[in-house]
Structure formats: structure tokens, C-alpha cells
Design a protein around this ligand. Structure first.
Ligand code: PHB
Length: 402
């Protein structure tokens, strides 16, 4: 059966937050796009991801009309607690850098974007198969795929966006000789749970203890997200609920504090890795989000970085497709990568600051506590953390979100 021929200006491979946000922003400029996504909408929705948004991400969601819910349902967090061997130190973002972070789960960001695309008549094809991209150095690349109903489509476009996640197939279209990959594996992972329990504290707790790292995060008034550092080979199903709670409690214990416990409804072991692909462009192909880079989860930079890519890419594409100027697309990779490497450093730094390194010497451990104390006890050190956590908004120009 011959493939149905279609055309659009921007073909977006991947319907996660990066792909949907770009499609949404382009539509506001009157630029057509088609999003093709391998998974069903329900499958993406069920993926549990991080929950912290930088103010710049919130602004993008609100000002573009993609989400009002983030301001209504999201929780503004003006700081975090660094808990060092049971002793709490507050990092006050508002006082230090005049910013806040927002607790709003990625699942909700995805739902808002998917709803916005549906509401605005956006063309998003979920559950497609056999996606192949050809001719990214030709005038009109093609994205070939099979629809949910079995029909074949040949989509011609001006530009292809690879927003197809960390196992990106689009990335491999950049020839080996022109693509450089930077990797870092870490010798630990996170054991993550969802629990039906009330908040244990108002703000997120990042705890360093001699048993290893723990993070007490939140999802809602009644559902909490918690993590503790574990071996990457750990089998989450081998752990009883009692053992999980014991591990979490022991890592945050001190000054009479304990976690509110409840039924554990989800558990997962998350691997840690840092990855960057350079450049993020080849011909008419542009990579955005996890397709171009992955960060370890400490500091929750992944989604924020994906949205930052999309902000730069959207402007560059509008210049190209509406104004005929290639200067924005020519500088996209360098501009996006500048932020990517800052976020890589931040995620790596928060990770190594707070986690137990297997095989660490006594010197290594004492030095690490010295570093933590330097951050917690110094305004400059705390401000460095606050600035990175809230996404390097420059106080003089940044508009507070709400
Ligand atoms: C989360 O809520 O999943 C989360 C929050 C903060 C992080 C990482 C993950 O640093």
C-alpha cells in the first residue's frame, strides 16, 4: 500500500513535554507542526518523573497559555532543607536570590500540554510505529511512519525536531564523525517510592547521612515522593515496606524528626547518568531535551533543561520560518549547550555533594562534610546553590512568577 503523502513545516519526533511545548509555541506563531509519538497518551501519562519547576519553566507554561493549573495546583517553594547527619539547614531561595521553585509534577506538565494541543487543534499522532527520518541534509526531509490504524504516512517538512528522549533514534542521524558524546556513569542509583501519606515537612529535604543520601519530596497533600541512594543493581521488589521505611527514617533522623509513613504505592530504581551529545544540530535536524542530554535526577534539572532548549529553539525556528533568517538556528546548538553544561555541573555537584561514594576513604568523607558545611554556613555558598536550583534567573531582569 502506498504511503499517504502529507506535509508540514516542522515535524517533531517525540510527544513528551519538549515536543508538545515546541508544537504549542510554534502554533501561537502560526507555524504548522506535526508531532509523532510512539507511545499512547496514557503510557506517557503513567511515567513517574520529577516534580520541580524552575520559575522560568513556570513562566513559559503560564505566559504561553499552556497551563494556568501550575499556578493553581502547583506549590511555591521558597527554599529547601539540607539535612546533614540529622541537622537541618534551610537554604532560603527568596532571601538569597529572590526566586522560588515550584512543585508541580512532570505528569501534570505533560497533561496540560497535551490538553492545550488538543484544545487548539494541534496535530499530535500518538501510538505511531516504525518512525524513520530521512534526508535531514536535503531541502525537504521526510518523516515516514505507520499510524495507529496501520496506514503508512510520508510526512515532508522543512525542519525535523528530535525530541525522542534519552534513547533517541534521531540523535544517530548525526554522523559519527561529526557527533561527540560525553558520558558519566555513577556508582549508585535512587530507590524511589510514592506513598499515600501526609507531608513530613513543608519543603523538600535533601539529606546526607552515613547511610547515604535521601530526598523527601512531595506530590500532593496526600501523596509523597521519596528517594534513597542505593546500589544500581538493587531489585526494588526484594524490599519489604518496613525495610524501605527503616532506610528512609534512618537517613533523616535527628532532633526528634521522623517521616510520616503510609502505604507504598509505587517503587522504582532509577539509574544515574550524565550524558551530552554535541552538536545538537545536523542540517535540518535539531535535538531537544533528553535526546540531546541527560542529567542525574538530583536537583530535578531534566524537564527544566528540556523546556529551556525549546525556548531557544522556538525563537530560532520563528526567525527562520517567518523571517527567513538562519542566524538563530545557526547558534541554537551553542546557546542551548551553554545552559546544558551549567546544568550538568549543577546536577553533578549536588549529586557528589550529598551522596556516599562507594569506596570513599575517611578523608573523602570528612572533606565532603567540609564542603557541605561551607555551603550551609556561607551566604555565598548557599546563594550558589539557590541560584542554580532556581535556574540562574538574573535578579535584575527576572520577573517573579506570582
Ligand atoms: C521529585 O519530586 O521527583 C524530585 C524533586 C527534587 C529533585 C529530584 C526529584 O531534586
Amino acid at each position: 500500500m502506498a504511503a499517504r503523502k502529507e506535509s508540514t513545516r516542522v515535524a517533531i519526533v517525540g510527544g513528551g513535554p519538549a515536543g508538545l511545548m515546541l508544537s504549542h509555541l510554534l502554533a501561537r506563531d502560526g507555524i504548522d507542526s506535526v508531532v509523532v509519538e510512539r507511545r499512547t497518551r496514557a503510557e506517557i501519562h503513567a511515567t513517574v518523573r520529577a516534580g520541580i519547576l524552575e520559575p522560568g519553566s513556570v513562566r513559559m507554561l503560564v505566559e504561553s497559555g499552556a497551563s494556568r493549573r501550575v499556578l493553581e495546583k502547583g506549590d511555591r517553594h521558597d527554599g529547601i532543607e539540607l539535612r546533614i547527619d540529622g541537622d537541618g539547614h534551610r537554604i532560603d531561595f527568596q532571601d538569597l536570590v529572590g526566586q522560588s521553585a515550584w512543585l508541580y509534577p512532570q505528569t501534570d506538565v505533560f497533561a496540560d500540554l497535551a490538553d492545550a494541543r488538543e484544545r487548539d487543534g494541534g496535530d499530535v499522532r500518538y501510538a505511531v510505529q516504525d518512525v524513520t527520518v530521512v534526508g535531514v541534509t536535503d531541502a525537504h526531509p521526510l518523516v515516514v511512519f505507520t499510524e495507529d490504524d496501520g496506514s503508512a504516512v510520508e510526512l515532508s517538512c522543512d525542519v525535523v525536531i528530535g525530541a525522542d528522549g534519552s534513547r533517541s533514534a534521531c540523535r544517530k542521524l548525526i554522523p559519527d564523525a561529526q557527533r561527540r558524546s560525553y558520558f558519566r556513569e555513577y556508582p549508585f542509583a535512587w530507590f524511589g517510592i510514592l506513598t499515600e501519606a501526609p507531608h513530613s515537612a513543608e519543603e523538600l529535604i535533601y539529606a546526607a547521612s552515613d547511610r547515604g543520601f535521601a530526598l523527601i519530596s512531595q506530590r500532593s497533600e496526600t501523596v509523597q515522593r521519596m528517594y534513597f541512594q542505593c546500589d544500581p543493581g538493587e531489585d526494588a521488589d526484594q524490599w519489604s515496606d518496613a525495610r524501605i521505611w527503616d532506610e528512609l527514617q534512618s537517613r533523616v533522623a535527628g532532633n526528634g524528626f521522623s517521616l510520616a509513613e503510609g502505604p507504598i504505592t509505587d517503587r522504582v530504581v532509577l539509574p544515574f547518568r550524565s550524558f551530552v551529545c554535541e552538536p545538537l544540530r545536523h542540517g535540518s535536524l535539531f535535538l531537544a531535551g533528553d535526546a540531546g542530554h541527560t542529567v542525574p535526577p538530583t536537583g530535578a534539572k531534566g524537564l527544566n533543561l528540556a523546556l529551556a532548549d525549546v525556548g531557544v529553539l522556538h525563537e530560532a525556528l520563528a526567525e527562520l520560518l517567518l523571517g527567513g533568517s538562519a542566524s538563530g538556528v545557526d547558534s541554537y546548538s551553542d546557546r542551548a549547550l551553554a545552559r546544558v553544561w551549567k546544568s550538568q555541573h549543577f546536577s553533578y555537584w549536588m549529586t557528589t555533594l550529598l551522596h556516599e561514594q562507594p569506596g570513599a576513604s575517611d578523608f573523602d568523607r570528612r572533606r565532603q562534610r567540609g564542603e557541605l558545611e561551607s555551603i550551609a554556613s556561607s551566604r555565598a555558598g548557599s546563594a550558589f546553590l539557590a541560584e542554580g536550583y532556581t535556574g540562574w534567573q538574573h535578579a535584575a531582569v527576572a520577573q517573579p512568577v506570582a
